[in-house]
Design a protein around this ligand. Structure first.
Ligand code: RIB
Ligand code: CA
Length: 318
């Protein structure tokens, strides 16, 4: 029996963050979710924190503590994405005051204290929002670096340009200075950017498969997907919205679905025109040192087979 992977999920729910949390919660045999930390991004910190708690309620996971983190980026003004995720951040889901409590400890303190108490290289960080909390934790106590097994994150873009600006992806451009700290940390980092997430659109046939499911988690996923891809269809006239964040937990559960390459990734933190751009030296045309595993391809059908099979595991809960 493979050992469970202890993880902390830092996120900004956000519909795709929410589906990623469901995917993680569907896999207790493989993943030990030590805690969920939230950051401002898709919507404000109060909403991302409430939304993470609602997701824990829906999935029936009172065992997972939720901690609120940074309300704004390290240096820049917060930008949000209500136009994609809706004013609540969870378009499609009925919003209510969740039963699931919010821990009073700040997320950055939780991350630092948990890592300091852990064995070396023992905890995996799954990051699906702006990187503010992680960067602040590293600055607060760099000794945590030796406790991190690896970072698996959604962010950046190479061939796909940007979704926030012509050259920048949202998670990175919201807090490029935090991203710069993380990419200079010398940690083992796998980055799943738009190049790979655009290969997993929630097409109608895939949404129909999820809509046919009856458990509460799958129904919540289906309701969110119906609205999540409305923006994508208008903006990109695409066949379905990319399931960006669920690529991170899918990568952790079935890495064989993905292909990556060791590259240098450097973040633009000066130019306003290209702020937050991720310059990925895929063909090693510079002497910049390799610092990430840039994940650029995925078995799209295999990804959805995994997601749907795992969502079905909530059947016997409701
Ligand atoms: O660019 C997509 C990313 O930004 C996703 O993580 C989405 O949830 C937003 O945080
Ligand atoms: Ca996110």
């Amino acid at each position: 029996m493979k050992k469970k992977i202890p993880i902390i999920i830092d996120c900004d729910p956000g519909q795709d963050d929410a589906i990623n949390l469901f995917l993680a919660m569907s896999s207790p045999a493989e993943l030990e979710i030590i805690g969920i930390t939230t950051v401002a991004g898709n919507v404000s910190i109060s909403l991302t924190s409430r939304n993470a708690r609602i997701i824990c309620d829906i999935a029936g996971r009172p065992d997972i503590p939720v901690f609120a983190g940074s309300a704004h980026p390290m240096k820049r003004k917060l930008v949000t994405a209500e136009h994609v995720h809706g004013k609540t951040g969870l378009n499609g889901i009925d919003i209510y005051e969740p039963v699931h409590p919010l821990h009073e400890m700040h997320a950055v303190d939780f991350i630092v204290e948990t890592l300091l108490a852990a064995e070396d290289e023992s905890i995996t960080l799954v990051l699906t929002g702006p990187l503010t909390n992680i960067a602040l934790a590293i600055q607060k106590n760099p000794s945590i670096l030796s406790k991190i097994a690896e970072i698996i994150m959604m962010g950046g873009a190479m061939r796909e340009g940007g979704n926030y600006s012509p050259s920048a992806e949202f998670n990175i451009v919201v807090d490029p200075h935090a991203a710069d700290i993380v990419f200079h940390s010398n940690l083992k980092i796998s980055v799943l950017g738009l190049d790979v997430t655009y290969q997993v659109p929630a097409t109608q046939s895939r949404k129909d498969r999820i809509r046919a499911m009856t458990n509460e988690v799958a129904r919540s996923t289906s309701k969110m997907l119906d609205l999540f891809d409305r923006f994508a269809a208008i903006k990109y006239s695409s066949s379905g919205a990319p399931l960006n964040d669920p690529c991170t937990i899918a990568y952790l559960l079935k890495p064989e679905l993905f292909t990556g390459k060791q590259c240098n990734l450097t973040v633009e933190t000066e130019s306003e025109l290209t702020m937050g751009h991720t310059a990925i030296d895929f063909w090693q045309v510079t002497d910049r040192a390799v610092n990430v595993n840039w994940v650029y391809s995925v078995d799209s059908n295999g990804f959805y087979d995994l997601l749907i099979e795992r969502l079905s595991r909530f059947d016997d809960r409701f």
